[in-house]
Design a protein. Structure first.
Length: 181
């Protein structure tokens, strides 16, 4: 399984995004965090508390899920509390569109590799906030990439059937100034 995680370490860099991959094995899990590989045996001490064994080291990890429906959890590793938000494909698409607003224009970028299956609008078309612009297939799911602002599509940089990489520009929507009478 492949995810992105946003990690907030107290006293460290705020909102660092890391790539996380893992697969279950008969002994535990094999994980990769930003390219660093780990092979871990996992023991459940009690719900939310795990013991991770790696070579000659054991680490206690507790996971306290958020009380609301968000994907932010508090993880304690050797008494250090870390806020971690796991972004699956759908949350990553939503976050990428939401955070792309830049002074009157919104860039819609691919949050992960995928394939453009439909282009719903063309450059020059007016769009309202929340309206779909393209449909992208990623991780075997189709997701509509929507405009986060109302305005006009300045450009669309993809065509149907095109494969896009993580971070590739898909479209730019610019807001249209409203005149008050």
């Amino acid at each position: 399984m492949r995810y992105k995680a946003i990690v907030n370490i107290p006293g460290g860099e705020t909102g660092e995004t890391v790539d996380v991959k893992f697969k279950r094995t008969t002994a535990g899990i094999e994980a990769s965090v930003d390219g660093r590989k780990y092979s871990l045996e996992v023991s459940v001490v009690k719900p939310g508390i795990f013991l991770l064994h790696s070579a000659s080291r054991s680490i206690e990890v507790s996971v306290l899920p958020a009380e609301n429906a968000s994907s932010v959890s508090t993880v304690s590793i050797e008494r250090q509390r870390i806020s971690v938000e796991i972004l699956d494909g759908r949350r990553l698409l939503q976050r990428t569109v939401r955070q792309s607003d830049r002074g009157g224009a919104s860039e819609i970028r691919s949050p992960m590799p995928g394939k453009i299956v439909r282009v719903l609008l063309t450059a020059g078309a007016d769009v309202i906030s929340g309206q779909g612009i393209v449909v992208m297939e990623a991780m075997k799911m189709q997701n509509e990439m929507k405009s986060s602002i109302s305005g006009r599509i300045r450009r669309i940089d993809v065509v149907e059937g095109e494969t896009v990489g993580s971070g590739d520009l898909i479209a730019v929507v610019e807001s249209i100034p409203t005149s008050e009478s």
